[in-house]
Design a protein. Structure first.
Length: 196
């Protein structure tokens, strides 16, 4: 796949099915992926935030085209970007694959109780889903080592971080080498949606 570089952000133009298949296979083989679904807001944010832009360009493993704006921009620049891979949709598809393949999942972020609600709703939809742990997204710097330890001890292979962009990407990038889950992905306000 030819990378579509959009305002300095390297987007890989996978379809949703391709992204789901690759990320599921890689997780089962314990290959690590730090995933970002880049919508127009994220790409614009990166223009004013050098740290964020560097993180997207150098630290993220897989940046997917989230939203009509990113798909349009990629195609406008002459790349082939077949479809949008929205963060929320990808998150739901990965939960489905996690349930099917017995991949333990950790829900991190949102206001107190929201991660638990999102996990419970995930279990209702996909009864085989193995929830390794949950933790809200409000914490001090001193609590971070404990959060990392809890995630690692949980045995989770997929970590969904819903702290909003760019906080979630910065957090995942900062701790990526200490975090054991194979898949690290920021999903913004998705728990709020799934929790209902
Ligand atoms: N959030 C959090 N910790 C923070 C700030 C935000 O867990 O320190 C959560 C917040 O509760 C919400 C999500 O992050 O669930 C942010 O959602 P938003 O829709 O603002 O993010 P976006 O989808 O736009 O990235």
């Amino acid at each position: 796949k030819e990378i579509a570089t959009i305002l300095g952000v390297p987007v890989i133009p996978y379809t949703m099915d391709e992204a789901v298949a690759k990320l599921t296979q890689d997780t089962l083989q314990r290959k690590r992926n730090f995933v970002v679904t880049a919508n127009a807001e994220i790409i614009m944010m990166a223009q004013d935030d050098k740290e964020y832009k560097t993180l997207l360009a150098e630290t993220a493993d897989l940046i997917l085209p989230d939203g009509a704006g990113t798909v349009w921009a990629g195609n406008y620049l002459g790349y082939t970007v077949p479809e949008r891979v929205a963060g929320y949709d990808l998150y739901l598809r990965l939960l489905e694959e996690a349930a099917r393949n017995k991949i333990p999942v950790y829900f991190f972020g949102g206001k107190p109780g929201i991660a638990e609600e999102a996990a419970a709703e995930g279990k209702r939809r996909w009864p085989g889903l193995h929830v390794a742990g949950c933790r809200n997204g409000y914490f001090s710097a001193e609590e971070e080592p404990k959060i990392i330890e809890d995630i690692n001890r949980s045995g989770a292979a997929m970590l969904f971080a819903a702290l909003g962009a760019p906080k979630q990407e910065k957090w995942l990038a900062q701790y990526r080498d200490r975090l054991k889950p194979s898949l690290l992905m920021g999903i913004g306000g998705s728990f709020d949606v799934l929790a209902g």
